[in-house]
Structures are given as structure tokens and as C-alpha cells.
Design a protein around this ligand. Structure first.
Ligand code: NAD
Ligand code: FES
Length: 296
């Protein structure tokens, strides 16, 4: 069992939990995710790691109470425990395996949208701890929905906060700030890492393609079981079929077919849609064994 050490509501319906998970904390890296299950009957929920402490053996997760299961999870208290806390899963961010001296010369821009700010944080923190200063844009719908601002301030080179309604920081969506930084404020970037809702990543990629900034995205939002079995996270990247939970979650954003991925995401929500996808995609529907019908 994996005990909850701390819980906090970061914003309306967005929760942070610090969980005792020594083995995960020991080996995880920025960009990876865990799968949690509250009890034996519980759904498997894939969540990107927000922070970890190798000394105390704890891992921090951030989640939104969207469905019945995450709302049930939000009601868990300090001292309660998860039945499963499996990880680290997925590939670590490519940044962590790059040569540090090369990284220090790179101009890196992170774009974090809403709850996607949580998986951006460990990457920026890791860079900061290794002497690399990255610029970070954090976007939220309103001031009240902004999360991890203070934490991010401590590790970002420059932090640009933007709210859709202009209630705090810059006004408008993250794409507006990217455009302003590059076109009006003379900023240049060698790479952009965008993590947030699919629609945000799609439009960030559309813009950075025009601006000639290579862009990495994290496709955590399309995962369902996170095991390569259900087929939910199937996505076309550069004309090839990939599975976000097995091959990702990070991909070259300019090669991702976002429209197809978002359409699949909608279809996957109903049994009829899942049946249709299975019919259309046949034996390539699943990322794992391909035959087990893991989403049943
Ligand atoms: P949100 O809807 O509040 O959007 C966050 C920001 O994204 C906005 O403030 C805006 O700046 C930007 N944005 C949104 N639509 C845009 C558009 N059309 N063009 C340009 N920018 C746009 O975000 P939220 O409600 O916190 O999002 C929740 C989503 O984030 C869920 O779908 C969840 O799955 C996803 N998420 C993703 C990851 C990941 O690893 N990619 C991690 C956690 C959560
Ligand atoms: Fe990747 Fe199910 S989430 S196959």
C-alpha cells in the first residue's frame, strides 16, 4: 500500500498529493508517469509525475476531479493509501539524457497549459538543478485556475503567466505570449516543450512550425489504461502508428496528427465508438499484445 503524506487543493477541482512510493521515487525521471489504483476494484489512472524526493521516497501527483474515479480520489485524505502506485512508466524526457554543456547553450521554452503545468514542473526543476535556465509560459483560464506559480518561479529562468480572461499576468492564450515573445520581444528559442490540453498543443505546434521552433509535446491526455492494452492512446506520428503510453508520452509535436488523435479521444468515450475503432483498426488497434481486448 502507498500512503498519502500530503494533500492540497491547488485550484478549484485540481488536487496535489504527495505519496510514499520509495521504489518509484528512487528511479523516476522527469517526463515519466505512474498508474494509480485506489483499491482492487478501482480504475487504473495514468498520471504524469509532478515531483519526487529520492531522500524521503515520495512522489507528487496532480490531478483534476473530472470523472467519478478522480472525484473519489480527491476525497482521499492524509493517511489513506493507494492499492497500486505503479511506475515509473513511459520514456523519460529526452532533455535529461542530453549532454549538460550542450543543454546550457540551448534556448529552451516550456509552454504549460492548465493542469499540464504539473508535468512541466519536474523538467524545469531538473534543468535548474543542472544549471540550465529555461523560459516558461504558464497559461490558465483565470487567475483562480493558475497552479504551481510559486514553485515554478523558483526554477524558471523567466516565468510568463498568462490568463485567457486577462485576470492575471498577460492576457490571452499561451500562443499569444509565444508570438509576442518571439515577434515583439526578440526572443529566440532552439526548442519548445508544450504540455497541456490537446487543443493547446495542436495550436502551439501550428505556431511553432511557422516560427521554425522544434517542439515536443506530451500526449498523456489521450491515455486511458496506460498499459499498451486498451488502444485508446493510438496516435499517428510522422505517418507511423504509435501508442502514447508505450512509445511516449513525448513526441515530435510537428509530426503528430492532432485532429485524428482528438477525434479518437471523443470516440473512445462510448462503447459504440470503441467498437467502431476496433472494427476500423483491426489487429493494430492495441499497442500491447494486440489481442487481449484490454479495454473490456
Ligand atoms: P485549460 O482548458 O484551462 O487550458 C490551459 C491553457 O491552454 C489555456 O489557458 C490556454 O492558454 C491554452 N489553450 C487552451 N486552448 C487553446 C487553444 N485553442 N489555442 C491556444 N492555447 C490554448 O486546461 P485544463 O482545463 O487545465 O486542461 C486540462 C487538460 O490538460 C486535460 O485534457 C488533461 O488531460 C490535460 N493534461 C495534459 C497533461 C499532459 O501531460 N499533456 C497533463 C495533465 C493534464
Ligand atoms: Fe495506451 Fe491504453 S493508454 S494503449
Amino acid at each position: 500500500m502507498f500512503q498519502i503524506l500530503e494533500t492540497r487543493e491547488l485550484a478549484d477541482n485540481i488536487y496535489l498529493m504527495v505519496v510514499e512510493a520509495k521504489r518509484v521515487a528512487k528511479s523516476c525521471a522527469p517526463g515519466q508517469f505512474v498508474i494509480v489504483r485506489m483499491d482492487q476494484e478501482g480504475e487504473r489512472i495514468p498520471l504524469t509525475i509532478c515531483d519526487y524526493d529520492r531522500v524521503s521516497g515520495s512522489v507528487t501527483i496532480v490531478f483534476q476531479g473530472v470523472g467519478a474515479e478522480t472525484k473519489r480520489m480527491a476525497a482521499m485524505k492524509v493517511g489513506d493509501a493507494f492499492h497500486d502506485f505503479v511506475g515509473p512508466l513511459g520514456c523519460a524526457s529526452e532533455l535529461v539524457s542530453e549532454d549538460k554543456e550542450t543543454l546550457k547553450k540551448k534556448k529552451i521554452l516550456f509552454v504549460a497549459g492548465g493542469v499540464g503545468t504539473a508535468p512541466v514542473y519536474p523538467q524545469v526543476k531538473w534543468l535548474h538543478e543542472n544549471g540550465v535556465q529555461a523560459d516558461v509560459i504558464v497559461g490558465a483560464k483565470t487567475k483562480d485556475m493558475l497552479i504551481l506559480e510559486e514553485e515554478m518561479k523558483k526554477v524558471a529562468g523567466n516565468l510568463y503567466v498568462t490568463t485567457d480572461d486577462g485576470s492575471y499576468g498577460r492576457s490571452g492564450m499561451v500562443t499569444q505570449t509565444i508570438q509576442d515573445l518571439v515577434e515583439k520581444e526578440g526572443k529566440q528559442y532552439d526548442v519548445c516543450i508544450a504540455i497541456g490540453p490537446m487543443i493547446m498543443m495542436k495550436f502551439v505546434c501550428r505556431l511553432t512550425e511557422q516560427l521554425h521552433i522544434p517542439t515536443v509535446v506530451s500526449l498523456n491526455p489521450i491515455m486511458v489504461d496506460g498499459t499498451g492494452m486498451c488502444g485508446a492512446c493510438r496516435v499517428t506520428v510522422g505517418g507511423e502508428v504509435k501508442f502514447a503510453c508505450v512509445d511516449g508520452p513525448e513526441f515530435d509535436g510537428h509530426k503528430v496528427d492532432f485532429d485524428q488523435a482528438m477525434k479518437r479521444q471523443q470516440m473512445y468515450k462510448t462503447e459504440e465508438g470503441r467498437e467502431l475503432l476496433r472494427f476500423q483498426e483491426g489487429s493494430t488497434h492495441h499497442g500491447g499484445c494486440g489481442n487481449c481486448g484490454g479495454d473490456k
